[in-house]
Design a binder for this molecule. Structure first.
Ligand SMILES: [Zn+2]
Length: 159
């Protein structure tokens, strides 16, 4: 398991309370990787390899940026007024649950395929939004176990 920390802003479109405002978090993401076998040094994979790929992706795309739902035209238009800006448009509301599932199902498979010589799988991604609140996505989770996900995301992933 590899931890990656980053800072980002977001808001939850349609939230009934303060999360509807633009605000930020110091996020912590756990990437849980499993392999069918260990290499000659007894490792599933070198941590540095995972770090380079996944911290690299987070740094490039999410760190010190704003993560917004691509339907949130109001926030996107406002953020684009600021120069420079770093906006990442998610196909779903940027809750910790949706961010974990997006990393697990949309981002991890292609990144992990870049690691040659290992048979690896990202089995779980955990997104900590605060020290006390996290959400996780696992490969074997059934749609029914993810009530927080928007129907849009669920349909995109399971259809
Ligand atoms: Zn928040």
């Amino acid at each position: 398991m590899r931890k990656v920390q980053f800072c980002a802003g977001h808001r939850l479109l349609g939230h009934e309370g303060k999360c509807a405002n633009l605000h930020g978090h110091n996020y912590l993401v756990e990437f849980h990787v499993t392999g069918r076998e260990v290499d000659e040094l007894g490792r599933v994979v070198d941590f540095a390899v995972i770090n380079k790929l996944f911290k690299g992706w987070i740094d490039d795309n999410w760190d010190h940026g704003f993560i917004v739902w691509d339907q949130d035209k109001n926030a996107i238009d406002a953020l684009k007024q600021v120069e420079p800006n770093k906006i990442y448009q998610l196909p779903c509301n940027p809750t910790a649950e949706n961010m974990a599932r997006y990393l697990l199902t949309e981002i991890s498979p292609s990144l992990i395929d870049n690691i040659e010589g290992y048979d690896l799988q990202m089995t779980k991604v955990v997104v900590w939004e605060t020290e006390n609140a996290y959400a996780e996505a696992t490969l074997d989770a059934k749609p029914e176990s993810l009530p927080e996900m928007t129907d849009q995301v669920r349909n995109a992933i399971y259809s």
